[in-house]
Each structure stands twice: as structure tokens, then as C-alpha cells.
Design a protein around this ligand. Sequence first.
Ligand SMILES: CC(C)(O)[C@@H](O)C(=O)O
Ligand SMILES: [Mg+2]
Length: 558
Amino acid sequence: MDINKFSRQVTQDDTQPAAQAMLHAIGLTREDLKKPFVGIASTGYEGNPCNMHLNDLAKLVKKGTENEDLVGLIFNTIGVSDGISMGTPGMRFSLPSRDVIADSMETVVQAMSYDGMVTVVGCDKNMPGALMAMLRLNRPAILVYGGTIASGCHEGKKLDVVSAFEAWGEKVAGTMTQQTYESVIEKACPGAGACGGMYTANTMASAIEALGMSLPYNSSNPAISENKENESVMAGQAMRVLLEKDIKPKDIVTKKSLENAIRLVTIMGGSTNAVLHFLAIARAADVSFTLEDFQRISDETPFLADLKPSGKYLMEDVHRVGGIPAVLKYLLKKGLLHGDCLTVTGKTLAENLLDVPDLLEGQHVIKPLESPIKETGHLRIMYGNLAEDGCVAKITGKEGLLFKGNAKVFDSEYDANDGIRDGKVQKGDVVVIRYEGPKGGPGMPEMLKPTAAIMGAGLGKDVALITDGRFSGGTHGFVVGHITPEAQEGGLIGLVEDGDVITIDAEKNSITVDIDSEELAKRKAAWVQPPLKFKRGVLYKYAHTVSSASQGCVTDEF
Ligand SMILES: CC(C)(O)[C@@H](O)C(=O)O
Ligand SMILES: [Mg+2]
């Protein structure tokens, strides 16, 4: 079996003497040059809890490859912390970082002729970026997630990163003292690991496990745990089976496995970002998977997990009650998953789950199908004159299913943050934040600050928020994002004025603004497309290449 088919031309061909000399220079023996080469791509760096331990995990993956007579070679790529860049101009680089990660992993593996790849990833964009690279390369690959952070604690109350954002909202609203605020900030995040609720990182990690691209328990094993270390070694070892059986990402990522992934996102009440990222992942896999597929799955799937941001528990609690495999086992038993999908173990999803213990008896984290939190999914794909090409709403039902209110318009996130702080947003308002789309932002920033400020100010049930930008996985409330076409491209969201009546109907999945046709014609005639905000660099390139949010914001398809 030809398991070193890419590296062989570099390591064994007589016409590549310099390549072989250089590989000896890095410490490889003649024997090593006969082995398959596995690129181990780490997004480890010191500046972010999600990423700070990844280089250590990458070394364990390397140990695993060596245990199986493979050559594991670690390389690094970038990552952007959403938590740290949130609410700053830096956040514009977050979504573009997904594509930089994909591009850089693709580049190294192709250029260096590696036979396969293990990615060791942590924060939100790391995971979809890695998966897009794996699918473009279509060489045997496994994803290792750095794992979830432990909870923080202040005065007996469990904390996580969103507690810090909402503390700001409470401080601004005058309901939290400066002293408590400072304690919450200090204690919210106790060490390594990705944000602890069912936010974007844990959403993507869980979905990727259901998709079959990571080993069982990968998504719920905590960042700081022996399980995480053992699993990293196992991932290196598992590459041997994938190489020998020639199991490639496109054998694993299919329409059916994507359905499994989105089914789990729905059950878990996951982040709206999953829609964007899985549209892009499906494109990289050359599988037709559109907004309609998300809506179909949402319609036929209940929302079961009582997890933050809208619920009570954290990912560490999912781990405590049996982990994601126990949840998958429950769903499989109930006929909600395709058990015959292939996974990176070389076995099917159903085979992987055979020996997995059931969810802990008496647990409250995952509700039974018979008494769900909501009968259908929280992710709604809406259309209407405000979103002719679609948008994504996160509606858990806690804030109701219908919202009709008066527009309060802001042309940027910062204006909205100031407006909320200065009390300009009142009960009954629909906050409109525009020119924050993929081209207009550019970079479609994730906006946790305004939604956290609305929650912190106690307006969660009385104010809706719509935008052509994105939300954090930590966002909750009556929110609609990814509005397409975006304001920069002439979408109607750009023509809304203060006081216009906006109706969001989460049962009919519609989002409309009531402007009479004469007035609308006048506004259209007066609208002038603003110039793109960046003239050079990454954001210039991004604004020129990015597709719409309804197409997954991909940058390699025109
Ligand atoms: C900072 C968060 C909570 O990680 C956010 O970026 C998300 O999307 O979940
Ligand atoms: Mg995020």
C-alpha cells in the first residue's frame, strides 16, 4: 500500500538530493525517509487561552505519529482570539483569519508534500479553517480540538467569558459595582481552553466530532485533562489507519455527515456561526448544502441542551454527564443520526458509539426528546424584503417568537455600543447595525458587546437586534444576523431609517420592514454606495474576494 505517495517523490527520488540532504539536517535518518510524512498544524500561540496549550498538544500528536512509524512534522499557523478582539477594530480580522488558516495549512502541506495532516486547533476560526484546508487537500487528516476551559467562580457563582461581557453591560446599567465587576473579570477565565459555553468553539468542535473528522470525546474532553493529552497521542497514531486505508476527508464529509453535524448543533443550541462555517466547509467538500438544509434540519429537530449562553450549563458539564459521544448515542438511538457515516477512526459513527456509556442517569444538561426546551431548532433562516438572499436568526423561544418594533439605526457597531450606553435604545426598539457585512465591515465582525449590553441592561426581552454582521456564540436575545444582501452591496438594510416598523416572525421565518413604495423609491435614488474602507492589505483583499454570508463568506470561489 502506497501510504507515502506524496512525500516519496521528495524523500526517495534520486532527482531530489537537496531535499533529502535538508531532511537529514532536521534529524531524520535514512529509515525515516522511507516513512509517510504527516504535517502537524498547530494554531498554538501564547496570547489566547484557547491556543496557549496547543503547541504542547502538538508535541503529543507527534509522539503518536512516531509510535506508529510515521514522521510527524509540526508547523504553526496563525489564530485570532475572538474574545480579545471583540468590540475592537481587530475583530474585523477574525473571519478573514479562517481563510488565512485554511490557505496557510493548504500551502504548507502541498508545498512540503506531506501525506496527511493533523490539525491542533482551539479558537472559533481555527476549526472551520482547518477543516476547509483538509477538504481542499483531501489527504488523510484528523482534527484535534484544544478543549474547553474550566469555569471560573466568584461568590459561589460560576463564571465564563460571557459573564465578563455581561458584567460590562450590568456595570453600564448601574446594577453592578466596580468592585464586583473587577472580581468577575479577574476570575472569569481560569486558564487554558476555549470559551466554556456552547459558544462558537465548542459548537464547531462538537459538530466536527459528529461529522466524523475528530476522534470520539475530542470535543468534550476539557483542555486541561489527562484525557486530552492521551487523545492527542491517539490522534497521531490514528493517522496510520487512515493512511493505510486511504480514508480521505471527502470520504467522511458527505451530505449525510453534514446533516449529523447540523443536527447536533441544533440539539445543542449552538452558535449562528456554525451556519456560516458549515456553508464554507460544504463548499470545500464539493457537497451541495445550503441555507435550506439548515432550515429543514432546524424544523425537524428539537433544542435540548440547557447550555450557556441561553441556558445554565457549560461544556465541562456535558463532559461530566457522559460527553458528546453519550449525546450522539442518545440521538442515534432515537433515530436522529445517520449511523453509517465513516469517521476518522476508520469505523462508522454507529460502530464508534457501540461501547460508549449512556448519558448519566438523572442528568439535567440534555433534556429528553419528549420534553425539549423548544420543539424545533433555535437557528432560523429568514427571508423577506430586509433579507432577500437570507439571514440567520437565533431564537430560543425565551424571548418570544415574534417581534415588531421601531428601527433604531446605527451605521457601525461602535455607534451602537455608544447608543446603548447612552440610553438611546428603548423598549420596543429593533436595533439595526449595518455596514458590518463581509465587504462593508469588512470582515463581518462578530458583535458580542451590543448584545451583551442589551442583556446586561435588562432589555433582552424588549429589544431585538438585526445586522449584516455576525454574532458571537455567546450572544443571546432576539437577534438576527448575516442579513444578505449586506448594506454595502445595496441591501435594503442600508435604506432603513429610525422609526421604520420592522417585523421579525420566527414561525413564518420572515423579516420585513414596512416602507411604502414611493418612499422606498426615493431612498433608493438617494443611496450612494460608500467606498470600501480599506485600500491595502488583508482587509482590502478580503473585501474584494469574499462571497456573501449566504454563500459562507468563502474567498476561493468567484
Ligand atoms: C468570545 C466567544 C464567546 O468565543 C465568541 O467569539 C463566540 O463566537 O463564541
Ligand atoms: Mg467567535
